[in-house]
Ligand binder design. Structure first.
Ligand code: MG
Length: 251
């Protein structure tokens, strides 16, 4: 009898484990923590792939002459990227010794990998630049044969709507917060990719999103307690600067 009770408990625990979704790990700006890597470097996406992250996030700006480059900061190496010509921006050296990459170079390196491309289009000062950049980004992804491996994210509301229009079969997520799952669904977004505080303020959005068939991605989660909160609350994806720490919690 006691043995039966023990087996029941084990099966019940296994059933709970089997039904709980395990969040997928996205490396924020690539996996840049190891020596020799750097945020948004080509090395960082190679490293994210090497530890089997689901996705590797990276940021795309347009230069003043319309060349797409990969970097996070609006101002980097003394230049405001969107106000500077490509010739100057591409001369910047990253902390790991690589040159700041063009999107083309980044995608060429990604072709040899398996990791999903979580492509963030930065919000430019002029929304018209977002629209132009969105067109060029989608064209670049598609022409490199990376359509199936790409998900788009952006803080730009006009950019979001343009990306959804241009790439209706790619998941596209909104980063800014403030829109409910129902509003995101109406726009055609795949879900909410919000800061953890946005979900702490609106925890009901997670279930609402799932009920609408949308996904939840939470950023940027580096602290173990925050990681556990995301796991316990049903995040589909967790974006982190510490993917190896998150893997240790999930395994
Ligand atoms: Mg980003």
């Amino acid at each position: 009898m006691r043995l039966n009770a023990l087996f029941s408990a084990i099966f019940a625990a296994a059933a709970i484990t089997a039904s709980a979704a395990v969040p997928k790990v996205i490396a924020h700006r690539g996996h840049w923590v190891p020596a020799g890597s750097a945020q948004n470097s080509i090395r960082s996406i190679v490293k994210a792939d090497s530890i089997n992250c689901f996705g590797s996030e990276f940021d795309v700006w347009s230069t003043s002459d319309g060349v797409l480059v990969v970097n996070h900061d609006r101002k980097f190496g003394g230049l405001v990227i969107e106000e500077s010509p490509a010739e100057k921006v591409l001369a910047i050296t990253l902390p790991n010794g690589e040159k700041l990459p063009t999107l083309d170079q980044y995608l060429d390196a990604a072709k040899d990998l398996d990791v999903k491309l979580i492509c963030e289009m930065k919000a430019h000062s002029n929304p018209k630049t977002d629209i132009e950049a969105a067109k060029k980004i989608v064209k670049a992804i598609n022409s490199k044969g990376l359509t199936e491996r790409t998900e788009y994210i952006t803080f730009s509301r006009p950019g979001l709507e343009e990306l959804i229009k241009l790439a209706p079969n790619n998941p596209t997520y909104y980063l800014s917060g403030g829109l409910s799952p129902a509003e995101l669904k109406n726009l055609g977004a795949a879900g909410a990719d919000y800061h953890i505080n946005e979900f702490r303020k609106n925890p009901q959005w997670i279930k609402e999103a799932h009920d609408l068939g949308l996904k939840i991605n939470i950023w940027t989660v580096d602290d173990e307690a925050d990681m556990k909160w995301c796991i316990d609350n049903g995040a589909d994806f967790i974006t982190t600067n510490q993917p190896e720490r998150l893997f240790r919690l999930l395994w």
